[in-house]
Write a protein that binds this ligand. Structure first.
Ligand SMILES: *Cc1c(COP(=O)(O)O)cnc(C)c1O
Length: 377
């Protein structure tokens, strides 16, 4: 079915085709070409991070982090249950056991007040997800993880350019993983990046990303041939994708301004309605700067959420629910997940509805979404 107003639509900023042509004309369309380099420098300078590596996805950036941490059987990784499968899969692939944490009822982020009782002698990593690009309580999370010798890996798929207490998300943990999937604020269709904030992992990160070889050193003239030195895989995106992505990164200010308008329009036009109906809108604490990744409604019940989805669909508008609790998934249950383990996740998952949200969503279309919502009691 095609919708009059889709949930997401990839936008163009204007320079995509020119940059792609340029990459092709240069004759370097494999990984780590000129546009990949531009994206690396852009991210490193904009975020003030030591090193950014473009990857083929956020999933792969998380897998790289799991490889770099040498995780394996016997290790535990604390993850929120309310997240995308990749947050967990990356660690399970290495044989680690996921320990599911519940979320805060306000920001829907990993609940730091529940972290202490989940941390144990086997905990090797904590993976906060900045839901909707609103920062997790990083002060508490970093302190608790440090006290237990656990490494923090931020899944920042939603939150590029968001800040917590003035510092960019993705720059707090040893690693930060970004997504450039079509549904994210900045995109090249499929893509991601690993931010390496802890120098100790730097050299090996380059090797793991290049099939376990010291090819990076070879290209810098530091060794006269390159060879297999460690485990690794192929995590480099084509420079054609980097060319597309660079056009988006370069348009950072325009993209953020557009998304901010979309978010603020929904908020301004739905706040009264929501208050009168027991519907909750997104909560953004004063110490958070959000990058306007999504706009959601928390309806009073599953029934009302489903009714609103159907009502909007009948008017050609696609609004969608979000994560199902991972601890109750088929895989999650194999790791011991049971109903009641994460009550906030279980509740919110039933009631959350995401509204159409993309860079080119115009006010006329937003007005249609808002009036359709308002007419559904
Ligand atoms: C989108 C997303 C991912 C996966 O990103 P890919 O680039 O598609 O691999 C991981 N975690 C979260 C929280 C996401 O929203």
């Amino acid at each position: 079915m095609s919708y009059r107003i889709p949930f997401n639509k990839a936008g163009l900023t204007g320079n995509e085709f020119r940059y792609i042509t340029e990459a092709i004309e240069r004759g370097h369309i494999s990984g780590d070409g000129a546009f990949t380099q531009k994206c690396h420098v852009f991210l490193e300078q904009a975020l003030g991070v030591r090193k950014a590596f473009l990857t083929t996805s956020c999933t792969h950036a998380l897998e790289m982090a799991a490889l770099l941490l040498n995780l394996g059987p016997g290790d535990e990784v604390i993850v929120p249950s309310f997240t995308f499968v990749s947050t967990v899969n990356a660690f399970v692939l290495r044989g680690a056991r996921p320990v599911f944490a519940d979320i805060r009822p306000d920001t829907l982020n990993l609940d730091e007040s529940r972290l202490a009782r989940l941390l144990g002698p086997r905990t090797r990593a904590v993976v906060p997800v900045h839901y909707a690009g609103v920062g997790c309580e990083m002060d508490a999370i970093l302190e608790l993880a440090r006290a237990h010798g656990a490494v923090v890996v931020e899944d920042n798929a939603h939150g590029l350019f968001g800040k917590y207490r003035g510092q960019y998300l993705g720059t707090f943990g040893a690693f930060g993983a970004l997504s450039f999937h079509e549904t994210k604020n900045f995109t090249c269709g499929e893509g991601g990046a690993l931010l390496v904030n802890d120098e100790r992992y730097l050299e090996r990160a380059e090797i793991v990303r290049e099939k376990g070889t010291d090819r990076g050193r070879f290209f810098r003239g530091q060794v006269d041939k390159y060879t297999w030195v460690d485990v690794g895989s192929s995590y480099l995106p084509s420079d054609i994708l980097a060319a597309f992505l660079y056009a988006h990164l370069e348009a950072r200010a325009a993209i953020q301004a557009r998304r901010r308008r979309v978010w603020e329009y929904y908020h301004a036009h739905l706040a009264d309605w929501a208050r009168g109906r027991g519907v909750r809108l997104p909560v953004v604490p004063a110490h958070s700067e959000q990058p306007y990744h999504m706009f959601y409604l928390l309806l009073p019940s599953l029934g009302e959420r489903q009714a609103l989805i159907a009502h909007l669909r009948a008017r050609g508008i696609l609004a969608v629910f979000h994560y199902l609790p991972l601890h109750l998934s088929e895989m999650g249950r194999r790791f011991g997940g049971r109903p009641g383990d994460c009550p906030v996740t279980e509740d919110v998952s039933d009631r959350l509805l995401r509204l159409p949200f993309y860079n080119d969503l115009g006010e006329d279309d937003q007005a249609l979404v808002v009036s359709a919502i308002r007419e559904c009691a």
